[in-house]
Design a protein around this ligand. Structure first.
Ligand SMILES: [Zn+2]
Length: 131
């Protein structure tokens, strides 16, 4: 499998990447997501249950090429979940289409502070039409 380690992406880069249907955004914040809003179209796999839900995430994103993880600041939860999922896919018996695992620099807070659109829908998963 030609997957490299976890790398970082800026909010500006993610804006254009997010238009690509092969890219999925994975929010690993916990309850903050429900009151702070989220990036339109992002998946939600809270860090406190992340380990148990990795098989679901693998299934939901198997057709994607790039996954971009983030938490509030992308300092602890985002990078550690990204690394865990990277290792999980590397050890999985079934091959996944995911080639790149990335972390959004400065997380959701940096995204919002730089004036990027925030979605406040209550849909699970977010359908990404309300940004
Ligand atoms: Zn939404």
């Amino acid at each position: 499998m030609a997957r490299r380690g976890v790398s970082y992406v800026s909010a500006a880069q993610l804006v254009s990447m997010a238009r690509d249907p092969r890219v999925a955004i994975v929010d690993v914040r916990d309850e903050e997501r429900s009151y702070d809003g989220h990036i339109a179209g992002s998946h939600h796999y809270a860090s406190d249950t992340f380990t148990e839900r990795m098989p679901d995430l693998a299934q939901a994103t198997g057709a994607k090429e790039t996954l971009v993880f983030h938490c509030a600041l992308s300092k602890v939860r985002g990078p550690s979940c990204a690394q865990m999922f990277h290792d999980y896919l590397s050890e999985a018996k079934e091959d996944s289409g995911v080639k790149n695992i990335m972390v959004l620099e400065r997380g959701f807070n940096g995204w919002e502070l730089s004036g990027r659109p925030v979605c406040r829908c209550k849909d699970t998963p977010c359908k990404g039409v309300c940004s």
